[in-house]
Design a protein around this ligand. Structure first.
Ligand code: MUC
Ligand code: MG
Length: 366
């Protein structure tokens, strides 16, 4: 079970249509495939999606930190020395997506070594999650058409609508158009990616008070310390901390400050090990969680559902598991499929996924 090598392979897969949101936009998946090799000949995999507008990482920085710092520090350790692995990773500040992909590839390698699914090693609560779909910025008609297509094709009835940066009236109009078209039975919530001031956010929530929004995520920046507290205290829509709550300490601050009432957990930024810490922390503090999406491909989505379904606390809500539908292709030999609004966890050892070597050869850019 000794780690003998860690590879960081860059690849680029185009999107069918770009995803646009307040802090950026994505036209292609320029991710990094991470492979952890052990002395038993086992290979664990995971993917790191660079989000420079959220955490400052790029495809090149993820490769560099893994090749130059993490791989030399971890080679020689056993897969069972998880605390040592994390103590070494934590010598480097930041780099959440790079660290998380290394962590999850180690878990995949451990599951394959033990011939057990990671989801069962983590908690084994359920074998599936309901799916929530993210709808990015577009004219109202296009946002409605996308939501209707996703509902009709995949049975998805929970939608996270991107807001912020555009004028409040435009986003309010889009949310109203979605509610009118989809009817009262779908779940709608909004994510501002820090795009509004607290007063704009308050005005937007007031204008959408009749739309039955279930959550409002990261409407204003974490540094709006008093503004976020003010907003959270005055709205009846629970406020979700996403990119403001990357570490356990930030989760504590957000919740105890009254800056947010819930936490988005993303395996792409906290892996399995630190996501489990955050999950248990939230459970202990009485805060709900939502399994978020870091604009993941299919490998990342397999990780999110393996984690989200494994725990009672994270399996309650629909998880954000459908971004890969926007991509033109992916690397898995057997693609993920959403049916009846649900995504099943892959059975089989580790994450239960295999990389298609021809697809990797086609999309890798090194
Ligand atoms: C989300 O929930 O914010 C957009 C930027 C990012 O880092 O994640 C996505 C989705
Ligand atoms: Mg978010």
């Amino acid at each position: 079970m000794k780690i003998v090598a860690i590879e960081a392979v860059p690849f680029t897969i185009p999107y069918r249509k770009p995803l646009r949101f307040a802090s950026g936009e994505v036209h292609e998946a320029d991710h990094v495939l991470v492979r952890v090799h052990t002395d038993d000949g086992v290979v664990g995999v995971a993917e790191a999606p660079p989000r420079p507008y959220t955490y400052g990482e790029t495809q090149a920085s993820i490769r560099a930190v893994i090749d130059q710092i993490f791989a030399p520090e971890l080679v020689g350790l056993s897969l069972l020395e998880r605390e040592v692995v994390h103590a070494r990773l934590d010598r480097t500040v930041g780099n959440p997506a790079a660290k998380s992909a290394v962590d999850m590839a180690c878990w995949d390698a451990l599951g394959r070594t033990l011939d057990l699914p990671v989801t069962q090693l983590l908690g084994g609560y359920s074998d599936r999650m309901r799916v929530s779909h993210m709808v990015g910025f577009a004219p109202d008609g296009a946002m409605v058409a996308e939501a209707e297509r996703v509902r009709d094709t995949y049975g998805i009835t929970t939608f996270k609508v991107k807001v912020g940066r555009r004028p409040v009236s435009v986003d309010v109009g889009a949310c109203r158009a979605l509610r009118e078209a989809l009817g009262p039975d779908v779940e709608l919530y909004v994510d501002g990616n820090r795009g509004w001031t607290p007063s704009e956010a308050a005005r937007a929530l007031h204008a959408m008070a009749d739309l039955d929004l279930t959550l409002s995520e990261e409407l204003c920046p974490a540094d709006d310390v008093l503004g976020r507290r003010w907003l959270t205290a005055r709205t009846t829509v629970p406020t979700v901390a996403d990119e403001s709550a990357v570490t356990s300490g930030q989760v504590t601050r957000e919740l105890l400050d009254g800056a947010a009432t819930m936490i988005s957990i993303k395996t792409a930024r906290t892996g399995f090990t630190a996501s489990q810490r955050v999950l248990h922390q939230c459970e202990g503090l009485g805060s709900e969680v939502v399994m978020g999406n870091q604009i993941d491909g299919q490998i990342g989505t397999a990780c999110t559902v393996a984690f989200g379904a494994a725990h009672r606390h994270s399996a309650r809500r629909a998880g954000e598991l459908s971004n890969f539908l926007d991509m033109a292709d992916d690397l898995l030999a057997e693609p993920l499929e959403i049916h009846g609004g649900e995504l099943a966890v892959r059975p089989g050892p580790g994450l239960g996924i295999e990389i298609d070597p021809d697809k990797l050869a086609h999309y890798r850019t090194d």
